[in-house]
Each structure stands twice: as C-alpha cells, then as structure tokens.
Write a protein that binds this ligand. Structure first.
Ligand code: ATP
Ligand code: MG
Length: 137
C-alpha cells in the first residue's frame, strides 16, 4: 500500500464540492489517512510549489492557493500516486477525460479543483511538508 498527497483546492472548497470529492475518493477505494482544512499563507504556498518558482504562472498559482481554505489529504491505495493522478485527470479541465475530477469540478487550468503528487519523491516531500507522522492514522 502506498500513500499520496492530495489537495482539494480553494476553488472547490469555496464551491462546496468537498463532500462530493471526498465521496469519489472513498468510492474509488482510497483510504483517508490524514485530512485537515487549512488556509495556506502565500509563503506556505510558495514553499509547496517551489519546483514551479521559475514558471510564469508561479505568482498567480500561489496567490490562488493562498486565497482561501483548502483540504489537505493523505490518501492510501495500491499504486496511490498514479491512481490519484488518473482520477484527477489532465491539469487543464478542458483536456481532462470524462468522469475525472478535474473534468467534473475544475473551471480552468488554474482553478482545477485538485492537486496530486506526481512521483514517489514528491509525495514524500509533500506529505512531510503538511503532515507530522503522528497525524497519519
Ligand atoms: P498539481 O501540481 O496542482 O497537481 P499538475 O501536476 O497537473 O497539477 P503542474 O504542472 O504541477 O500540474 O502545475 C501545477 C499547477 O500550476 C497546476 O495545477 C495549475 O493550476 C497551474 N498551472 C500549470 N500550468 C499552467 C499554465 N500553463 N497556466 C496557468 N497555470 C498553470
Ligand atoms: Mg504538479
């Protein structure tokens, strides 16, 4: 069993989609091991997305991620990282496949409802960035 890190982003929390997204997470067979509602500061969002610091959208991305509360999640499943990326769909909701979370709930490439780690190393960094070991049950 593997763990991945996921976020229900501020756009989806504001649109009251948290319950529907959590329902999909459980229906698809993930076990929630950690969960917290948190309004990130700009600095926390910058640290989290540090790999994108040179990208032109870094400022708008970190403004958006610190614009309201989000739901931080540690999700467990077999092949959790790839399984969660598949359930989310493509970064741009317009290009995401039918039935994916970003197709169903995302509004645009920046307001795309969810985040997911993209590799074992990033999952380890991201889980450790937001959760202490004691918070993972
Ligand atoms: P995430 O890391 O949020 O799960 P991702 O791994 O699918 O998304 P990344 O390439 O890591 O995509 O980009 C991180 C985030 O930056 C995306 O979720 C999106 O909100 C934003 N982003 C990516 N590319 C663009 C772009 N060309 N224009 C605006 N925002 C973008
Ligand atoms: Mg990414």
């Amino acid at each position: 069993m593997a763990l991945t890190f996921a976020i229900i982003k501020p756009d989806a929390v504001e649109a009251r989609l948290t319950g529907r997204i959590l329902a999909r997470i459980e229906q698809e067979g993930f076990t929630v091991r950690g969960m917290r509602l948190q309004h990130l500061t700009k600095r926390e969002a910058e640290g989290f997305y540090a790999v994108h610091s040179a990208r032109p959208f870094f400022g708008s991305l970190t403004d958006f991620m610190s614009s309201g509360p989000c739901v931080l999640l540690a999700l467990e499943a077999e092949g959790a990282i790839a399984k969660w990326r598949t359930l989310m769909g493509a970064t741009d909701p317009a290009k995401a496949e039918a039935g994916t979370l970003r197709k169903e709930f995302g509004q645009s490439i920046d307001k795309n409802a969810t985040h997911g780690s993209d590799a074992p190393e990033t999952a380890a960094f991201e889980l450790g960035y937001f959760f202490r070991g004691l918070e993972l049950l």
